[in-house]
Design a binder for this molecule. Structure first.
Ligand code: OAK
Length: 772
């Protein structure tokens, strides 16, 4: 830009630069204003929680200011925007993260000190935003932080659940689930946009109408629900860029329900209206199993439809030529959960914008890309055709049409190889005819992204082998990462200060590679001493937390050996527990002189089991039962302890990770797509005990095998071991069946002996003995 336009833009953006001031007096005034007028408490008397609310609102003001500036800037520049669609975002707490990214952490701490409050104490008042299950959801949150920090013009889109992931309560060693109605005390981090709302349609029929001498399809819906936007500003670090996470809440639609009020049944009409809200009421707590639930399907379409409408409205604000759509829009699908966006964009372009099928298809193929987060084919999402046809009749037609063209293309490519055709088809025939959402995504996306190198290998050679043969250019990987802002700066201020001091800069907070500079000082005794001090303080903090959560006192002098993640058989918490039992047994059988050589160890396990996942719940119970025995054995004393930390979530992780000495990432090789926990532990200076799986394989290459504890079978060895184990299992099963038969004979024969005592007892006894 040059001349007047540039000058105007500069004037505009310099005006925008920091309208709200961050000196202690201004901050105190803003905080007290919010105490008085937002929280509606007297500025002379308010408690920690009210102070937290007021502080959050004052931070939110600053976020909104930057959000507006960012919005105005990108509206003017009109770059291609990145839209990230995810059904889950595991954001955790926002206060500390926001003030750090805004660069006002110390200013707030000072201002609060003078008011008689401690920033850290107020930050603890905040509950977790748990709008997601596990790895995929936390990755979405980290990605938002990085996109903002790296100045991307990005938007996140998702659902605003009223109930987040359940709270885990342990009673008698068993997991119980309690609802997480996280909005009870309000949520200062969101902005309700009552004017940004869209009608979302469900059910009904598809009719054909005449249009310009041709035919067009019209979807006549059977239900309509309003999607209302809630914006969550995401600030970047060291930049004014503040991007938006727009989450949709379901509200009854005024447009649609008028008729039911005429029927005279006013009360029922109101109750029925209210049911619309259930769409965004609860997050599904199973992170892998798909049960073909209608509500889940409606959730997926609801957020996708509202987001697509929002994107098209924004596009039309600046341009109205859909040929340019791919220059302005990139749509990234987080796993297959949002993949209904594909037929939705087709539907809008063809049925509502009247583009030809070919034009619409060209656009779709240019704008969509997706990431997959699973390894096992059983983990792939399928939607029964009957269900999809009833909830989204027009989308089912579109998917069939896409599949028809795809099958034609396949025949040209592979000939009439029916086996291959049926495996690659978007439609799965069988007892329950279903739509394979992964196949739909691969067919329509220009890029299919894996989350680690080995994950991509598995996708290419197993899960999507046929697709890879057809379109090798589509398959890529970007190994997952985590944001150091959250997992070091927020959660481990001690280590953060140490790193900046020894590097002589805090530039590593934006550029992780700079941490390499620490290598030059690694041998320095002073650094090592400081490092130990930081670790010790974090361990004391963790020991206090364990005491508060479980009533167990553990010594910070012991080694803290930690495994925290969702409970899954493939993540092998069971193996960890078996290892602990073995260790316990060894110590019990040791001579006193050997016992003195044992490093005291506190084993810490934490994680939630999906409510319907029986085996995972049993593993939690086993952990408690084993802990009960070990922790109450005075003979073992402090040499070994086993703690289960209840209700594992993002803020618990922030506390546990900096205080860990050893962390376990021991999935059966070939099962963890990437894993991100290992990265968080590693950047906090914790050693890894790990199998060569997912991203760990790449971590090993970076840090070297000597700097970790690597064990277990490699990815390529697992199938052979499984086969061997399966043969043993079959042999064992056979032996078991045989012994059952023999036992049956024995019982029958004994009974017979008793009944027919006048038969030749000796003869019968002989038979029985020989059988048994
Ligand atoms: C959740 C639901 C469906 C499919 C996958 C997931 C999921 O959380 N996957 C996890 O994603 C993480 C982020 O990519 C990976 O690091 C984990 O390995 C993977 O299990």
């Amino acid at each position: 830009e040059s001349g007047e336009g540039k000058a105007k833009a500069e004037r505009m953006f310099s005006l925008m630069d920091g309208f709200l001031k961050n000196d202690p007096i201004s901050l105190q005034k803003d905080i007290l204003d919010h105490v008085e007028y937002t929280v509606a408490r007297s500025r002379f008397s308010f408690d920690d929680f009210e102070a937290y609310q007021a502080v959050s609102h004052s931070v939110r003001d600053r976020l909104i200011e930057r959000w507006h500036d960012t919005h105005a800037y990108f509206k003017r520049k009109d770059p291609k925007r990145l839209y990230f669609f995810s059904l889950e975002f595991l954001m955790g707490r926002s206060l500390s993260n926001s003030v750090i990214n805004l660069g006002v952490r110390d200013q707030y701490a000072d201002a609060l000190n003078q008011l008689g409050f401690e920033f850290e104490v107020l930050a603890e008042q905040e509950g977790d935003a748990a709008q997601g299950n596990g790895g995929l959801a936390r990755l979405s949150a980290c990605q938002m932080d990085s996109l903002a920090t790296m100045d991307f013009p990005a938007w996140g889109y998702g659902l605003r659940y009223q109930y987040g992931l359940f709270r885990q309560v342990i009673l008698d060693g068993f997991q119980h689930e309690q609802p997480d109605y996280w909005l009870n005390f309000g949520n200062p981090w969101e902005i309700e946009r009552i004017h940004v709302s869209y009608a979302v349609k469900f059910y009904g029929t598809v009719e054909e109408q005449d249009l310009n001498g041709g035919k067009r399809k019209v979807w006549v819906p059977g239900e309509m629900v309003e999607a209302v936007a809630y914006d969550n500003p995401i600030p970047g670090y060291g930049t004014r860029n503040t991007i938006n996470l727009r989450l949709w809440a379901a509200k009854p639609s005024d447009l649609y329900d008028m008729e039911s009020y005429g029927t005279g049944d006013y009360i029922n009409a109101v109750i029925n209206r209210q049911k619309a809200e259930t769409i965004s009421s609860v997050l599904y707590p199973d992170d892998r199993s798909y049960q073909g639930k209608e509500l889940r399907l409606k959730q997926q379409y609801f957020f996708v439809s509202a987001s697509v409408q929002d994107i098209i409205r924004r596009f039309k604000d600046s341009l109205n030529d859909f040929n340019q759509f791919p220059e302005k829009v990139a749509l990234q699908l987080n796993d297959t959960h949002p993949s209904l966006a594909i037929p939705e964009v087709m539907r809008v372009l063809v049925d509502e914008e009247f583009l030809s099928w070919k034009q619409a298809w060209d656009i779709v193929c240019k704008i969509f890309s997706c990431t997959t987060h699973t390894v096992v084919p059983e983990g792939l999402e399928k939607i029964p055709v009957d269900l999809l046809g009833s909830v989204l009749p027009r989308h089912l037609q579109i998917i069939f049409d896409i599949n028809f063209s795809f099958m034609e293309e396949l025949k040209k490519h592979f000939g009439l190889d029916f086996n291959r055709l049926s495996q690659m088809s978007i439609v799965e025939e069988g007892a329950v005819k279903s739509i394979r959402m992964a196949n739909l995504s691969i067919v329509c996306c220009h890029t299919v992204n894996g989350v680690s190198r080995v994950h991509l290998d598995i996708l290419k050679t197993k899960v999507f082998k046929d697709f890879y043969e057809l379109w090798p250019q589509k398959f890529h990987y970007k190994t997952n990462g985590v944001t150091q802002r959250r997992w070091l700066v927020v959660s481990n201020p001690g280590l953060c200060g140490l790193i900046s001091k020894w590097l002589g800069t805090d530039a590593w907070i934006r550029d992780m590679d700079l941490l390499m500079g620490l290598r030059d000082h690694a041998g320095d005794a002073e650094l090592q001493q400081e490092w130990k001090m930081v670790r010790r303080i974090n361990k004391i903090r963790l020991a206090e937390f364990i005491d508060a959560m479980t009533g167990m006192m553990v010594s910070p002098d012991a080694m803290f050996d930690v495994q925290i993640k969702r409970i899954h058989e493939y993540k092998r918490q069971l193996l960890n527990i078996l290892g602990i039992i073995y260790r316990y047994d060894c110590i019990k059988n040791m001579k006193e002189s050997d016992r003195r050589k044992v490093v005291p160890r506190v084993c810490i396990i934490g994680g939630k089991a999906a409510p319907g996942y029986d085996m995972a719940k049993k593993i939690i119970k086993l952990c408690h039962a084993v802990g009960e025995t070990i922790n109450n054995d005075s003979d073992i004393d402090d040499l070994l302890k086993l703690v289960f930390i209840p209700d594992f979530n993002v803020s618990v992780a922030e506390l546990v990770i900096p205080g860990s000495d050893l962390s376990q990432h021991i999935s059966t090789a070939g099962h963890e797509a990437s894993g991100t926990g290992s990265m968080k532990f590693l950047m906090n200076g914790c050693l890894l005990l790990a199998t060569a799986d997912g991203a760990t394989i790449e971590i090993i290459e970076e840090i070297g095998e000597d700097n970790m504890f690597l064990f277990g079978a490699k990815v390529h060895e697992v199938p052979k071991l499984r086969e061997k184990a399966e043969n043993h299992r079959v042999a064992l099963q056979f032996a078991r069946v045989l012994s059952q038969i023999c036992l049956g004979w024995y019982v029958m024969a004994t009974l017979a002996m008793r009944i027919t005592s006048n038969l030749s007892v000796t003869l019968l006894k002989g038979v029985v003995t020989s059988i048994s």
